[in-house]
Design a binder for this molecule. Structure first.
Ligand SMILES: Cc1cc2nc3c(=O)[nH]c(=O)nc-3n(C[C@H](O)[C@H](O)[C@H](O)COP(=O)(O)OP(=O)(O)OC[C@H]3O[C@@H](n4cnc5c(N)ncnc54)[C@H](O)[C@@H]3O)c2cc1C
Length: 453
């Protein structure tokens, strides 16, 4: 019997009852992009699963697998009472979480819109992305409450349980299904000595600060200011916000803290203390080959472990939950081998759009980035990722902008590579052929995204 099997109580220091559950279940109700559930779906009662990593992806996986009848053990290396989360904490589709959106459950701010400002040589361009289901959360509280709820529903929640590389291999013999939800670089990659298969492209520093955010609240702000990266201010109330800044590896400052303080000063945000600031890597791909998200021995990767965060923004919470719900629905259908194809199929348009837009930043074309955000102004922030065709068709309605974009060789090359996926995986570096692709190839690939020339 492994140490995971020993009886341990669920997360402590919480009240017995979880107030405020409205009874709905986003997994069962069909939110997300999974293929529905078969009749008798909850009949997987003889099957066992262990979920390693108890953040957003892991909690969602434990929730959904429990719903389809698995006996589930969840192992998280930190304690939920003291969990440290390095994140901007903006959850752009909070309807995916089976928790009522109360302060007590960690949802202080229903964010009405995400403002994006691009400050270039020619002035500032702004756009606003409404957010029907967006919240800026106290993510540590959300995770604690969700874990507590899972424990009440029969999931064996093991906190302060770090699974080692060696333990991990043993889990494959012990459980029918092993879910790797350990983020990046994932435990499966670490166990295989393959951590280089992920490439977090940005280093970020952020903190929860107190100050006057009454002008912005309940909106959130993302700023592009001329360096290779962006800053954010996500208010949780009129007096509290998560502020942060991230730089691509080509443009890292010598002193992160000084650069963060300078960004706070020029934007009128209070500068955090060094102690309050977290430094983390924002995962943005290129990353994992889809085939590596499922292993026929019964190992599946979800969330950041599957390498699915947005390639432009690094946003990955709703992506993580989607992947876990998709995985559990396929497990209930006995169709897990389809997971890589289905996951990649649902994410691919988002990858392509975000890689393309990121190219404007990487090429220092803030003028084009500003024009793109103006063109897609007003689309719900979550829909930009989930339905990129809408954003692309907005762009297509601006032929002058398309011509400017496609006149730029680097952006043209990126468009082709994005649509062909040949930029994506560390193990499948593009060869010189793709570098030499001509504009004529666009006619072949643009219809993939519904973009009519
Ligand atoms: C600075 C920053 C800001 C961000 N801001 C946002 C944002 O505002 N909105 C958004 O949507 N996304 C944001 N992201 C991305 C987002 O944080 C991730 O995409 C998301 O957290 C992925 O969730 P996950 O559960 O897959 O992985 P993680 O959040 O990385 O969780 C992995 C979990 O596994 C546990 N674990 C790891 N190893 C082991 C082990 N060996 N044994 C047991 N447990 C283990 C960890 O303790 C952790 O709890 C941000 C990322 C960064 C770095």
């Amino acid at each position: 019997m492994s140490r995971l099997s020993s009886p341990v109580a669920g997360p402590s220091s919480e009240p017995d009852a979880i107030p405020g559950s409205d009874g709905s279940d986003p997994f069962l109700d069909g939110a997300g992009f999974f293929p529905g559930l078969p009749p008798g779906y909850d009949d997987c009662t003889t099957r066992s699963a262990v979920v390693v990593g108890g953040a957003m992806a892991g909690l969602a996986a434990a929730h959904a697998l429990r719903r389809v009848g698995y006996s589930v053990t969840l192992a998280e290396r930190q304690s939920y009472a003291e969990k440290r989360v390095n994140c901007g904490e903006a959850i752009t589709d909070a309807s995916l979480l089976p928790l009522e959106k109360t302060l007590e459950n960690g949802f202080p701010c229903a964010t009405s819109a995400f403002e994006v400002r691009v400050r270039g040589d020619g002035g500032t361009t702004s756009a606003s992305f409404p957010s029907a289901q967006g919240y800026v959360a106290d993510r540590n509280i959300v995770e604690r409450r969700w874990a507590h709820r899972l424990a009440g529903e029969g999931v064996a929640v093991r906190e302060e349980t770090a699974i080692s590389n060696t333990d991990f291999e043993g889990l494959l013999d012990e459980y029918d299904l092993v879910v790797d939800a350990t983020g990046q670089p994932s435990l499966a990659s670490r166990a295989a000595g393959a951590t280089e298969e992920y490439a977090g492209a940005m280093t970020a520093i952020n903190a929860d600060v107190e100050g006057d955010f009454s002008e912005l609240y309940p909106r959130a702000l993302i700023l592009f200011e001329g360096y290779l990266g962006y800053a954010w201010c996500f208010p949780k109330s009129e007096t509290r916000a998560n502020v942060g800044i991230g730089w691509a590896k080509q443009d890292l400052p010598d002193d992160f803290m000084a650069a963060f303080a300078a960004a706070c000063e020029r934007n009128g945000w209070p500068a955090p203390s060094r102690k309050a600031a977290n430094v983390a890597i924002i995962p943005r791909g290129p990353s994992l080959d889809p085939q590596r998200t499922y292993d026929a021995r019964g190992l599946v990767r979800v969330g950041d472990a599957a390498g699915i965060a947005n390639r432009f923004t690094g946003k990955g919470i709703s992506q993580a939950i989607h992947s876990s719900y998709l995985m559990a629905a396929l497990a209930a259908h006995d169709r897990l081998p389809e997971y890589p194809r289905r996951l990649h199929g649902t994410m691919r348009p988002e990858y392509a759009l975000s890689y393309l837009v990121r190219g404007t930043l990487e090429d220092g074309r803030l003028d084009l980035l500003g024009k793109i955000i103006e063109a897609v102004d007003g689309i719900d922030v979550e829909r930009v990722d989930r339905s990129p065709r809408e954003a692309l068709s907005r762009l297509a309605r601006r032929p002058a902008l398309c011509v400017r974009l496609l006149a730029c060789p680097a952006i043209r090359r990126r468009t082709i590579r994005a649509l062909r996926d040949d930029w994506e995986y560390a193990r499948r570096e593009p060869d010189s052929t793709s570098e030499r692709l001509s504009a004529a190839s666009l006619g072949e690939v643009l219809p993939v995204l519904g973009w009519r020339q």
